[in-house]
Design a protein around this ligand. Structure first.
Ligand code: BES
Ligand code: ZN
Length: 462
């Protein structure tokens, strides 16, 4: 351990309570980006973050406008002859419904058994907080950082990062760097320290089926018209075949098959399938035939229904043929699938499944590209060394099923190599009721970041 590391650790120990209180305050802000009604709260989270970045000693801190929620930018650029790292995270969170399943309100954080429960506790306010506090630790102790840092925290990741590419392109000069560190991932099953090296892309759409002009008495009209809810079920059922493959012509055309090496990497991971299944509360796992669970999650494309509604939802009975029915669906994509092309294929398939007697509309909501990051890049290796120093074990390398749309943009728009480095536990219940973060992951993650900046200062990136 370098002398710095000991000093930084001591400082982190001393400030632990204060940093925890600050993180909890961050979690009280309901920055739900999917809901236009919460735009002010998103801005409040951005201001909060900007304030903490200034307090940490970062410079040029700015709540920068976009067409949507603001980006928070800040930097520290005085490490001469050292690499420049662009650090990314997001301060927005997912919606909280169903509210009644939360033990305590989602924006009233609860600390229990070494965890913090709140919406955003893990995804992604934990990693964002760790990043700012790691920089603060360096500046408070040493008055400097070993590398140049440029922070970009966005407020629309959970709703598709729709305005970020534009902002990146407009700020290309200011964002020049040697590497992007995307801090929006976590550890492997069993809380095994991990570096993510693959993320899936996404295509999100809505299906609206409309039939009669108004709801109809299901006795008076049953047997005379198509029922939109029934049609929607038939459409949804028509999107998979019996082998669990997505039944959309052309869907797999651009998919790069998994190589023997890819499959060996998945097979090597310490995965306890039974524990996984039990933790999910299901008696059987399911997915595309011919692939393992980890392959299906990290290496194969899928189609899921995210929500479906229509007709009577209240207590008791009401006899109607609903005038309309709806579904939110999304596909997870792998290399080299393109979200817009996939949307066209899925839309065509849905329209082909639609019978006469109803109208079906399919609307694109958002999309993001898949990404694979280099396992053998010196910056990835330096991250592995930092994890080993702090957690005492070598990380595993994982391909994850989730999406962080900007990852591909850092590569394509800014031309940067990307390291995905975050510390959330695998059982964080992200996007679900009672989301939580393990406090030891948060503390050790913060420590890992202080080490990583030092490790990168000694790494040749250019
Ligand atoms: N942190 C997640 C991405 C993630 C999930 C990485 C699981 C690794 C494992 C991120 O905040 C997220 O949830 N992204 C959304 C993006 C979408 C709304 C465009 C997702 O994947 O659903
Ligand atoms: Zn998320």
């Amino acid at each position: 351990m370098t002398p710095h590391a000991a000093d930084l650790d001591a400082w982190l120990d001393e400030t632990r309570e204060e940093r925890l209180a600050d993180y909890l305050e961050f979690l009280c802000i309901p920055s739900i980006s999917a809901l236009p009604s919460h735009a002010d709260e998103c801005r409040r989270a951005a201001e909060f973050l900007a304030d903490r970045m200034r307090a940490a000693g970062l410079e040029h801190v700015e709540v920068a406008e976009t067409e949507g929620n603001p980006v928070v930018y800040g930097d520290w650029l005085h490490a001469h002859d050292a690499p420049t790292i662009l650090v990314y995270g997001h301060y927005d969170v997912q919606p909280v419904d169903p509210l009644d399943l939360w033990v305590k309100a989602p924006f009233d954080p609860r600390v229990e058994d070494g965890r913090v429960y709140a919406r955003g506790a893990a995804d992604d306010k934990s990693n964002v907080h760790a990043q700012v506090q790691a920089a603060r630790a360096w500046l408070a102790n040493d008055g400097r950082l070993p590398v140049n840092l440029k922070f970009v925290f966005e407020g629309e990741e959970e709703s598709g990062s729709e305005h970020l590419d534009r902002w990146l392109a407009d700020n290309r000069r200011r964002l020049a760097a040697d590497l992007a560190v995307v801090s929006d991932t976590g550890f492997f099953e069993g809380n095994v320290p991990a570096i993510t090296v693959g993320l899936r892309g996404i295509m999100y759409a809505q299906v609206d089926v409309s039939g009669p002009a108004i709801d109809l008495h299901s006795g008076g009209y049953g047997g005379t018209v198509r029922n939109p809810a029934t049609v929607l079920c038939e459409i949804v059922a028509g999107l998979h075949d019996a082998d669990g493959r997505v039944d959309v012509p052309g869907f797999y055309d651009d998919v790069r098959p998994l190589s023997e090496r890819d499959r060996a990497e998945f097979a090597r991971l310490p995965f306890d399938e039974r524990a996984y299944r039990e933790s999910l509360g299901v008696d059987t796992l399911w997915g595309e035939a011919g692939y393992t669970t980890l392959e299906r999650r990290g290496g194969r494309p899928t189609l899921e229904v995210n929500g479906i509604w229509g007709g009577f939802q209240g207590e008791g009975a009401k006899t109607i043929i609903p005038a309309h029915a709806h579904a939110k669906i999304s596909c997870r994509l792998v290399r080299d699938q393109d979200p817009e092309r996939i949307f066209g294929l899925v839309r065509d398939r849905i329209l082909a499944l639609a019978p006469a007697g109803v109208r079906v509309d399919v609307t694109y909501i958002h999309g993001g590209s898949p990404s694979l990051t280099p396992v053998d890049h010196p910056a990835t290796k330096a991250a592995a060394r930092s994890i080993r120093e702090v957690f005492g074990v070598d990380p595993v390398y994982i391909r994850e099923g989730g999406s962080v749309p900007v990852t591909a943009s850092f590569e394509s728009i800014l031309g940067l190599p990307v390291v995905l480095l975050g510390f959330t536990p695998p059982d964080d219940h992200a996007h679900a009721p009672n989301e939580s973060m393990r406090l030891d992951n948060l503390e050790l993650g913060t420590r890992t970041m202080t080490r990583y900046w030092e490790a990168l200062a000694e790494t040749l990136l250019r």
